[in-house]
Design a protein. Structure first.
Lengths: 113, 236
């Protein structure tokens, strides 16, 4: 039994949402571990924060912000699609608005680094 | 006059088999399957009845996409000459291309996809406002031909054997919006259980592949809203 062709936009949105959700969940323990250093070993936290100056780490951070952004907008898109009985034209408008806000957020982030 | 040769692979009980089928300008996938059965191997089993997209019995996987084969032209599924035909996904195979549709119809009933009337033949015919919000919503989903294409396309059905699936849930949604249906609470209970509408991830494969251009995904979103409203109303 073979899976059907899934190359349509909503399925791709679905798989991006799932993969980004799982990746975010995988990152959480690491995130808490670093935060915990603030109370347990402040010296180590400073060392760790110094590391964030490295380009590779900046790049990884971008990946993380990207994951959160696609997951958040994907999630908001789903919530709107399912909970607001909108007409299709309004949905494309909303998708456009989300894309725009993502662009702005992305540009903002690039300025910050 | 044939215009060439199609290389047809059919998934059968004994494994995939290859057939060379004469190609014509105007040819449906069902024509191809019928040619194989009539000219190459009479033991090939498959199902069809109306040949005009009414009965919903001819659906198969065609180049890995679920389709109604009687109204799918060969030119729609391939640019070249290769066609891969298999039994519909997500349903048990009886033989070759014929699948057992029982789970699909059982779930239709489990979703309360049956008419719940209160009137008898002696009552006057109830008037239905053709442009009311509920009627328009119901009309959008009633042309379903039970072909199970959406059911075969849905990955959530693949992952959860109890999931009622797009067609049954869409029927529940049409009945929920039907002024003549008297079992609102039964329907809401039936579609909010462990196999119910909240399993759906809105991936939209049902809507993308429904041959009648219906939109089960949006119907299911409607059920999600109504079951949630009902939940909070009851809680109070
Ligand atoms: C930023 C705000 C967020 C919003 C608006 C949001 C929204 C959603 C929604 C609506 C779903 C259901 C998707 C579906 O039915 O397929 C979902 C699933 C999920 N979320 Fe989020 N989420 C957010 C943040 C997060 C974070 C921070 C994590 C990581 C810990 C996360 C992990 C997941 C996972 C693993 C799933 C399951 C994916 C699936 O079922 O396909 N989410 N999210
Ligand atoms: S939208 Fe829901 S019912 Fe339709 S294919 Fe996706 S999971 Fe299945
Ligand atoms: S909703 Fe469409 S794809 Fe699904 S059974 Fe009905 S007609 Fe077929
Ligand atoms: S044979 Fe009836 S729908 Fe195809």
């Amino acid at each position: 039994m073979k899976a059907p062709a899934r190359a349509h936009p909503l399925w791709i949105a679905y798989i991006v949402h799932r993969l980004s959700g799982v990746a975010l969940a995988a990152f959480l323990p690491l995130h808490f571990w670093v935060l915990a250093m603030a109370v347990s070993e402040p010296g180590r936290l400073d060392g760790f924060l110094a590391m964030t100056e490295a380009t590779a780490v900046k790049f990884a951070e971008f990946g993380l912000v990207f994951l959160l952004a696609v997951h958040m907008f994907g999630g908001l898109r789903l919530l709107a699609l399912e909970w607001l009985p909108w007409r299709p034209a309004q949905k494309s408008l909303a998708a456009g608005a989300a894309a725009l806000s993502f662009l702005i957020a992305g540009a903002f982030f690039l300025q910050a680094v | 006059m044939p215009t060439g040769v199609l290389n047809v692979t059919i998934d059968r009980d004994g494994g995939a088999e290859r057939f060379e089928v004469p190609a014509y300008d105007n040819q449906t996938v069902l024509d191809v399957v019928s040619w194989v059965q009539q000219h190459a191997d009479p033991t090939l089993s498959y199902r069809f009845a109306c040949r005009v997209g009414m009965c919903g019995s001819c659906a198969m996987m065609v180049n890995d996409v679920p389709r109604w084969t009687c109204r799918t032209h060969v030119s729609k599924v391939t640019d070249g000459a290769d066609i891969h035909i298999g039994p519909l996904r997500n349903l048990p195979v009886i033989k070759d291309l014929a699948v057992d549709m029982d789970p699909f119809f059982d779930k239709w009933i489990a979703a309360e996809g049956v008419h719940h009337g209160a009137l008898t033949r002696d009552d006057p015919i109830a008037r239905v406002d053709a442009v009311s919000v509920g009627r328009v919503e119901a009309n959008a989903g009633i042309e379903c031909i039970n072909c199970s294409v959406c059911y075969a396309a849905c990955d959530t059905v693949t992952g959860n054997a109890d999931y009622l699936g797009p067609a049954a849930l869409q029927r529940a949604w049409t009945l929920l919006n039907d002024a003549k249906d008297e079992a609102r609470q039964d329907i809401l209970d039936a579609v909010s259980g462990s196999g119910g509408c909240h399993n759906c991830h809105s991936m939209g494969s049902c809507t993308a592949y429904c041959p009648n251009d219906l939109d089960p995904m949006s119907a299911i979103a409607g059920l999600k809203r109504e079951t949630a409203k009902n939940f909070f109303r009851r809680g109070r």
